[in-house]
Write a protein that binds this ligand. Structure first.
Ligand code: ZN
Ligand code: ZN
Length: 131
């Protein structure tokens, strides 16, 4: 079980997963959404992500054809994104003691020119084979 929450503490969740299906996404949308070079996230079964506090503080940014991004409307922290049949949680929201295990970098073909990947994780130019 992994636990996490937003910057202001209003939104808190529990994710029933070991966080081992996880990676860093370098797509331009994740760059914008995170304000960073990439967005680390882990996969969780949609029905195993439980918002235990502050569900009413969550708001959603959604565009046709892309995952909907859910974030805290008080502090702006991105919490998770959901598509038709997947949910990914932003790993930067995890609390100490809740560790995820990134396995890869994805969408490396669109990574920021100034970002250098220095770890040894597998790099995929687009989506990883698992889809
Ligand atoms: Zn918040
Ligand atoms: Zn992305």
């Amino acid at each position: 079980m992994l636990k996490g929450g937003c910057l202001c503490g209003g939104v808190q969740y529990e994710a029933d997963t070991d966080g081992s299906v996880a990676g860093h996404c370098h797509c331009t949308r994740c760059q914008r959404a995170s304000g960073s070079g990439s967005l680390p996230a882990f996969l969780v079964d949609t029905d195993k992500l439980n918002i235990v506090a502050g569900a009413d503080q969550l708001t959603t940014y959604a565009e046709e054809g892309f995952a909907a991004r859910h974030f805290c409307k008080t502090c702006g922290s991105g919490i998770y994104a959901s598509g038709e049949n997947f949910t990914v949680v932003n790993a930067g929201t995890l609390v100490p003691g809740s560790e995820f295990k990134p396995q890869f970098h994805m969408m490396v073909g669109s990574k920021a020119s100034w970002e250098e990947i220095t770890d040894g994780l597998t790099q995929f130019p687009e989506y990883p084979p698992m889809g």
